[in-house]
Design a protein around this ligand. Structure first.
Ligand code: NAG
Length: 179
């Protein structure tokens, strides 16, 4: 009897959190999509304060302390002439002594999948590796949104560099427009 009781108790404890998770996900709205960010040096992105140490300015590095400001188009496909779906405006400060990493702050204005508004991001970008940036909030149809974006280099050669930005957005239950 005792082992059987134990079995049922274990089953009960296994089922309760499972059901809670399932219910929670039912009320949760999410959106997953990818866009391409194109950054052209001295056209959509500028070094406004030079850095102080480390590697020189190259396609993938900037000296430690470099302050960079950008307003880049986001398109549906990797081709820069493909349909515009938003813009990413923000700043990054080279925070890695190797010149490869920078602290980035961005407001991403979006018009995608019948959703208009913006999301705000903060995180550290690695110039040559994929990086995750937490979503810290949003406006418009993205009000209260949570989640993260993954930024991965696609093309780092030439005057225009391209990054793939994968959005993983989740609306908490209290973000419902009925409220
Ligand atoms: C961008 O502008 C800066 C400042 O005028 C200049 O030093 C740099 O060579 C330019 N870079 C490119 C790739 O044109």
């Amino acid at each position: 009897m005792a082992p059987l009781m134990h079995f049922f108790t274990t089953l009960l404890f296994l089922l309760i959190p499972l059901e809670a998770t399932t219910n929670y996900q039912h009320g949760l709205k999410s959106l997953h999509f990818a866009l391409y960010q194109h950054e052209t040096i001295n056209k959509t992105g500028f070094i406004v304060v030079p850095g102080v140490a480390g590697p020189p300015v190259s396609q993938t590095t900037t000296p430690f302390g470099t302050l960079f400001v950008f307003q880049d188009p986001l398109t549906l496909k990797s081709n820069p002439t493909s349909k515009l779906a938003g813009t990413a405006e923000g700043t990054s400060i080279t925070s890695g002594l190797d010149g490869l990493q920078s602290l980035s702050i961005a407001k991403v204005t979006l018009n995608v999948k019948k959703h208009k508004g913006s999301i705000s991001l903060v995180g550290v970008t690695n110039n040559i590796k994929p990086s995750n940036h937490p979503v810290v909030g949003g406006t418009g149809d993205f009000l209260f949104v949570q989640g993260y974006v993954t930024s991965s280099p696609v093309n780092l050669v030439g005057l225009t560099v391209t990054y793939k930005i994968e959005f993983h957005l989740y609306w908490p239950p209290y973000a419902s427009p009925k409220l």
